[in-house]
Design a protein around this ligand. Structure first.
Ligand SMILES: [Zn+2]
Ligand SMILES: [Zn+2]
Length: 121
């Protein structure tokens, strides 16, 4: 089990209940009926389509950040390495500056991701 601290908030759709009661007369709403892949008009106590029935949801931005950050870091590292390689190849006069600059960035990225701040999620 991973011990990742997630910044969860109470699901706004089901108000933390886990079941959708937002339709008419406490029935589940059309969106959740659709999410549960049911055909019909009135269902009660369906699993909330927004949070999947857990009553808690992760903010979308947080989910994006967790997925995007490692990808961005990898892209950045790869492109910087390519830049260094290219500078060496064309014998750029700025090679040493480029190497120092890229090295600092790559070093800080590596330090960030391998120091356990992200938690390997
Ligand atoms: Zn609903
Ligand atoms: Zn919910």
């Amino acid at each position: 089990m991973q011990n990742v601290k997630a910044n969860l908030y109470e699901c706004f759709h089901c108000k933390g209940e886990g079941t959708c009661l937002t339709g008419a007369n406490g029935a589940s709403c059309a969106a959740c009926i659709k999410k549960n892949e049911l055909k019909g008009k009135e269902f009660f106590g369906l699993i909330c389509g927004s949070c999947g029935g857990i009553g808690k949801a992760e903010p979308l931005t947080e989910r994006m950040n967790k997925r995007m950050a490692p990808i961005l870091a990898i892209v950045l590292v790869v492109s910087l390495l390519a830049l260094i390689f290219w500078a060496a190849l064309v014998k750029s006069t700025h090679f040493s500056e480029l190497l120092a600059f890229s090295g600092a960035i790559v070093g800080s990225i590596m330090g960030f991701y391998f120091s356990g701040k992200i938690g390997g999620s």
